[in-house]
Structures are given as structure tokens and as C-alpha cells.
Ligand binder design. Structure first.
Ligand code: ZN
Length: 104
């Protein structure tokens, strides 16, 4: 019975780690549930899906991509914190269709 709880806990922890890394939390809950501690180990060593995290931030309008250095900066930023690129008003407009597309 204790083993049963360990497996469930593995599923929950896997889901938390997965969603923090921009991966499917639900998917990894079952992954952790089936694989147990092994699933936990796999998600722990898997790299972050930086691209998906970035895409999400752009979609929600939280961030925009700097056209010069391609780093993510806050939507309200006037100057890129990485390369000091100065955003123009027209740069912000470019990101609007992206937000609309995602259904927000
Ligand atoms: Zn930049």
C-alpha cells in the first residue's frame, strides 16, 4: 500500500516539474504514475522547453521578442535589456496579431 502512495506522489511531483519546464503537466502526471520513481528521474533530467515557455509569454502578450538579439523582453519595455535596442511604437503593433491569433 505504501508503494501505491509513492507512485502517486511520483506522478504529482513529475507533473509539477513538467509544467515548470513548459511541458505537459497532465501527461507527465500519468508518466510519473506509470513509471514511478523512474518517471520522476526522467523529467528531472529533461531540459526545459525554453521555446515553448517563450511562445507562451509572447502569446499572452506578456513579452515580445527583440528584433535585434531575439531575446524576450517585457511588453512594456522601451529598450531591450540585453542589447539596448530601442523599440518603436510600430514594433509593438507587430505583436498584436500574434495575441489575437491565440484567442485572447
Ligand atoms: Zn535586444
Amino acid at each position: 500500500m505504501i508503494l501505491f502512495y509513492i507512485w502517486i506522489i511520483c506522478g504529482i511531483i513529475s507533473a509539477i516539474i513538467a509544467s515548470n519546464k513548459g511541458r505537459s503537466g497532465v501527461g507527465w502526471f500519468f508518466g510519473g504514475l506509470i513509471l514511478g520513481p523512474l518517471g520522476l528521474l526522467i523529467i528531472a533530467v529533461l531540459s526545459k522547453k525554453e521555446e515553448e515557455i517563450e511562445d507562451k509569454k509572447i502569446e499572452t502578450g506578456e513579452c515580445k521578442k527583440c528584433p535585434q538579439c531575439a531575446e524576450l523582453v517585457k511588453m512594456e519595455a522601451k529598450i531591450c535589456r540585453f542589447c539596448r535596442y530601442e523599440f518603436k511604437e510600430s514594433d509593438n503593433k507587430k505583436f498584436v496579431p500574434l495575441i489575437k491569433k491565440s484567442g485572447w
